[in-house]
Design a protein around this ligand. Structure first.
Ligand code: PRX
Length: 655
């Protein structure tokens, strides 16, 4: 199998050849940097001892651990024998240390309303919410589903779960009722925490009605707690549904944190794989807390007076690790913004940075490219001089976007950290360290201290510098996933079987002559649209779910803003009329089944699909067609005329 670079990677690599500038750290930054080059050496000497030292220093334990690592490939246990509570580590201990008045979050609602929560406020709110869960019968080990907009009650709800040892599963608010129900049923959640709705692009976006639809098919759910965010009238089911302002507000703020084992499940987060069924990625307590907090402090160079803004949604892993757990464990002051970057105008982010004097900004290449498209006049009109570190995550960043970010947002002064990681890895694994690493635009540079990453060929042999192949990880790390919920075999099969003894990330990568890692995108049937993983199979099955569709094939194609865009090829059932109206309807159907993020940007009706003789759809050829390239090898096609027929078909419907 050869590596197929993702769409978008090709031009990035070409441009990289033209763009050879390197960016060494500024000596003044290095002098004050949290990270020192020496930590690479310490971690390399003995990575287990390295993590052990950090775990003892950084985590407040209710009971110290005995064994740092038990590794029975592919199952890891970290800090065995220890007990701790994550909400205590993220909140209470800071209050005890005199930081009760320090701001944990500056929250900004899209319509312009704001709230400030100090660590002392957070402690009270988390205690009350945890007591409400207890009142509803939630016990340690019970799962709680969370489906919310970006409001302060979202991290509060997560911490309340962690306080009583009830694993949460946060479902991104943009997902459909069906997606929510599937996740609730997979993990058997007893309670759902949601809201009437939220604000996005100047509109009220309803959530409760999706939740109601989901709860019609989720027998495990006994109660729902509903935050009143928009004030829009919603239907409340007697006995099942409780307003947050009733059930939470009347509780005592005192709720003792429950110490749990290091390997107790902290949360599940569902992510797309190569099949239609999302996987419940399982994260546990101590290793995750250590991995996220340590990387956060080193990679963003967090100092006590920083104002840190990760502009992701908490519904994705970036928000879990780098809005909630990592930053709070470090007693950071963070920003949470509810809405879209263009509402009311494309100034919004830069206004927030100016107003709150944000010092660290962490966002995705898609957002950077969207801002680039609008032009530099928006950031130029604002004082961004507070910024001192910029981060990127979620997709390969093309050198142009990197340089634009550097010049127009960082004003040529700030280091950029391009951080590679995944829902599964829990923490950032490949990244520069600001003050230490010389960066190259478009490269995530090197593995974090203690991490052993490699690039291998199809037989699992390490590829020499200068070559490309598959990205693998060769030893366990503290925040790694512990499995796929309820399916250890799928865990082994998905991540540990392609190359024996190694974790296969599903990404292609290249290492240059200096050993820098360059990520090339997914090598499997997973698309990356605006930094979000969407499985081609999942979109195909949503299309086939429509009564007019006989068969569908979906590919990701290059998109100048979102990195990739979804392109669907659809065969209609006999008698089906390939009209524009039907194309619109099919797109909406996908949005309804999965969520608006999965709505295909392009849709083409075709009479047939290119397949191998064994019946496998040749997505590579469909991508060539979609991107107007000369076709690759067609010799394995069962019927070579099919591609010609599709190519002659000009009826592409576009969003
Ligand atoms: O393909 C890689 C891409 O995003 C995938 C992980 O997606 P998800 O689990 O949703 O987590 C995203 C946020 C951590 C990876 O397999 N990816 C993530 N970061 C980068 C990246 N690709 C290139 N460069 C990155 N910095």
């Amino acid at each position: 199998m050869s590596v197929e670079p993702s769409q978008g990677a090709g031009p990035a690599i070409e441009n990289l050849l033209a763009e050879r500038r390197t960016f060494p750290p500024d000596p003044a930054f290095t002098a004050r940097a949290n990270a020192r080059a020496a930590i690479y050496d310490e971690a390399e000497r003995d990575h287990v001892a390295f993590w052990e030292r950090l775990a003892r220093e950084r985590i407040s334990w209710s009971r110290p651990f005995e064994t740092t690592l038990e590794w029975e490939l592919p199952f890891a246990k970290w800090f065995v024998g220890g007990q701790l509570n994550v909400s205590y580590n993220c909140v209470d201990r800071h209050v005890e240390n005199g930081l009760g008045d320090k701001v944990a979050y500056h929250w900004i609602g899209e319509p312009g309303d704001t709230r400030t929560l100090t660590y002392a406020n957070l402690q009270r709110e988390v205690g009350k919410a945890a007591n409400a869960l207890l009142e509803l019968g939630v016990r340690t080990g019970d799962r709680v589903a969370i489906y919310m907009p970006m409001i302060p009650e979202l991290p509060i709800a997560m911490l309340a779960c962690a306080r009583i040892g009830a694993p949460h599963t946060v479902v991104f608010g943009g997902f459909s009722a069906e997606a929510l129900a599937g996740r609730i049923n997979d993990c058997g959640a007893r309670v759902l925490i949601t809201a009437d709705g939220g604000y996005r692009r100047g509109k009220e976006v309803g959530l409760k009605h999706h939740a109601d639809e989901a709860l019609a098919s989720t027998p495990s759910i006994e109660h729902a707690i509903v935050v009143n965010r928009t004030g829009r009238g919603v239907h409340m089911v007697d006995g099942r549904d409780h307003w947050w302002h009733d059930i939470v507000e009347r509780q005592s703020p005192d709720c003792p944190p429950v110490p749990v084992d290091s390997e107790h499940m902290l949360y599940l987060l569902y992510t797309s794989g190569t099949t239609a069924k999302p996987k419940g990625i399982l994260h546990t307590t101590a290793g995750y807390l250590l991995g996220t907090s340590f990387t956060h402090e080193m990679i963003f160079d967090l100092k006590p007076d920083d104002v840190y803004w990760c502009a992701a949604d908490i519904g994705w892993v970036t928000g879990h690790s780098y809005i909630v757990y990592g930053p709070l464990a470090n007693a950071a002051t963070g920003i949470i913004y509810e809405g879209a970057p263009d509402t009311p105008t494309w100034d919004r982010w830069w206004q927030i940075i100016e107003r709150y004097k944000v010092t660290i900004l962490y966002t995705a290449p898609t957002a950077i490219r969207a801002c680039m498209k609008q032009g530099p006049q928006y950031p130029a009109a604002h004082d961004l001089s507070s910024l001192r570190v910029l981060g990127s995550v979620g997709e390969p960043i093309n050198p142009e976007a990197w340089l634009w970010y550097h010049e127009h947002i960082g004003r040529g002064r700030t280091p950029i950290v391009d951080t590679w990681w995944q829902t599964e890895t829990g923490m950032i694994l490949i990244t520069p360290l600001p003050g230490v690493t010389t960066t190259k635009p478009g490269s995530a540079t090197f593995p974090f201290p203690g991490i052993e990453a490699d690039i291998v060929d199809g037989d699992g042999r390490s590829v020499p510098f200068g070559g490309g192949g598959y990205l693998v990880l060769k030893r366990p790390w503290p925040a790694m996933l512990r499995g796929i919920y309820g399916d250890p075999e799928r865990y082994r099969q998905t991540y540990w079987s392609r190359f024996p003894g190694m974790y296969f990330a599903g990404d292609g990568a290249k290492r240059d002559e200096d050993g820098y890692f360059w990520l090339l995108g997914r090598v499997d049937d997973v698309m990356n649209v605006a930094g979000h993983r969407i499985s081609t199979t999942e979109v195909e099955s949503a299309l086939v779910d429509h009564r007019s569709v006989a068969e569908a094939a979906v590919v990701g194609v290059k998109d100048e803003v979102s990195g990739q865009a979804i392109y669907a090829f659809v065969i209609l059932k006999a008698g089906g009329e390939p009209t524009d109206a039907l194309a619109v309807q099919l797109r909406e159907h996908v949005a309804y089944v999965i969520g608006p993020i999965a709505r295909p940007k392009y849709l083409m009706f075709v009479p047939d699909l290119p397949k191998t003789r064994s019946g496998k759809i040749m997505r590579r050829l469909l991508r060539d067609i979609a991107e107007g390239r000369t076709l690759g090898d067609t010799t394995t096609l069962a019927d070579a005329t099919v591609v010609e027929t599709i190519r002659e078909n000009t009826g592409r419907s576009e969003e």
